[in-house]
Every structure is written in C-alpha cells, then in structure tokens.
Ligand binder design. Structure first.
Ligand code: ZN
Length: 248
C-alpha cells in the first residue's frame, strides 16, 4: 500500500507541529480522520473514551482498526504511537439519553435526536487537550462534520473554533483543532479514504469500524455492520451508496 497523497514528501516549516492527537472512536469518520492525520504528521497518537455508550462494541472495533493500521499499512505504522483510553463513566451517569440508556431514538422538541449527549465533544476535546499538552503535542484532530450529520451542536465548526481559542488560552499554549471532514458529505468521506489508503483502507473501514448507535454487528451490509435503521446507520448507508454510485 502506498498513499497517493504527496503530503508525506512535502517540505515542512521548522515551526510546524509534527505530532497530533486524534480523537478515535472506532467509527467511519474518526478512522478516516486518523488516516488523514497519519498522512500529515510524523507522530500520531489516539485517544478514545468509554462513557457507557450503548454501542460499546466500538471500543473493540477501534483496537482492531489500530492493529490493522499497524500491520497492513507500513508507511503509517511507524508514525502511529500510543493509544489512550479514558474512563468517562461520569458522562454516562449524568446523561439520560438514548446514547447511554435503553431508550428509543426519537427527535426531541429541540430538533435534536435523543442520542445527543450534552457537552460530549466539548469534554472529549478538553480531556484530549490535557493529554496532548502532557505528551508534547499541539494539534487535536477530530472527525466532526457539519454536512451529513445528526445536528449535534458540538460538532459544528464554530463550536470547535471557539473551543480551540478557549483551550489555547486556558493552557497558555497553542492547541490547534483540525477537522478534515467538516465540509465533506459522507460519500466524500469514503472517497477521501480511497485517496488516502486505497481499497485496503476502504475495506478496513467498511468491515472493521462501527457506527450503529444500537451496537448491532449481526449483519455485514455493503456499507458495513449495523441495524440499518438508526440515524447513524442511515447516514452511513446512504453515503456509501452515493460513493459507489459516483464511482460507477
Ligand atoms: Zn444502526
């Protein structure tokens, strides 16, 4: 496998950061984001969070994806460093949501789905910043997206730009937040995976990442595992169909 991007060979400014910490949940978006970061940075570490999510199977998937990246993608394996898994049981304790409880996934009066965990991404980035600071890294990379998304306000570009400023001020050290998928459709995210790591990466993401809110991995569809009905599965499956349609 050889990435087609020329980023690995580009000339780097002396003051440009060389290390990045990727928020890696084990889903399609964060796996594609991780591949992007491995193409851009010489040292990449990953962080994940166990917050009592119903789809805790994603925590197993993330380890399988990391293992595959280390063994199948030799250009990236030497760049891929430590993985950090933080126990955020406290978030599950304070979240009465369909993401952390056996509740139906519906749209609330606010217009947001009942899977919205208030403050989740803000907390994730804050903790990631603390880990990055301690590890000597100044870039945080997340797979948040404002194009095909569930409407979570903490995925929005302006939320994360504001967070970047607040974190950088609070640490008194620059902490850059990067979101390479922010303006991509789900179909374009599959295309990006193809460009970054070819068919091998697309197949790894299709079969090993997890997106379904219900944690269903009983059936492998064309677009991956999932119940096929929850909002996350609908986004993933329609994006994959668009991607395949655009290729043919
Ligand atoms: Zn599902």
């Amino acid at each position: 496998m050889s990435p087609i991007s020329t980023d690995l060979d580009r000339v780097r400014h002396p003051s440009e950061p060389t290390g990045a910490l990727v928020l890696f949940s084990g889903g399609q978006d964060s796996a594609t984001t991780l591949a992007w970061a491995l193409n851009h940075y010489e040292r990449v570490e990953t962080i994940g969070f166990d917050y009592g999510q119903r789809h805790a199977v994603e925590l197993e998937c993330r380890l399988k994806v990391l293992d595959a990246l280390r063994t199948q993608f030799t250009d990236w394996s030497k760049r891929l460093g430590d993985d950090h898994l933080l126990d955020l049981g406290i978030l599950g304790q304070i979240s009465e949501t369909a993401m952390t409880r056996e509740q139906a996934i519906v749209f609330e009066k606010s217009g947001l789905p009942s899977t919205f965990v208030p403050g989740r991404n803000l907390l994730f980035f804050m903790l990631a910043a603390a880990v990055a600071y301690r590890r000597g890294m100044s870039v945080l990379v997340g797979g948040m997206c404002e194009t095909d998304y569930s409407g979570y306000p903490d995925c929005r570009d302006n939320t994360l730009k504001a967070l970047q400023v607040a974190v950088s001020l609070g640490l008194d050290a620059p902490m850059v937040v990067q979101t390479p998928l922010m303006w991509l459709t789900k179909s374009q995210t599959w295309t990006l995976a193809q460009e970054l790591g070819g068919s091998a990466l697309v197949e790894l993401i299709r079969t090993q990442t997890h997106t379904c809110y219900l944690g269903d991995r009983s059936t492998l569809h064309d677009w991956g595992y999932g119940c096929g009905k929850c909002p996350a599965c609908e986004l993933r499956s329609s994006g994959y169909l668009d991607y395949i349609g655009a290729k043919t």
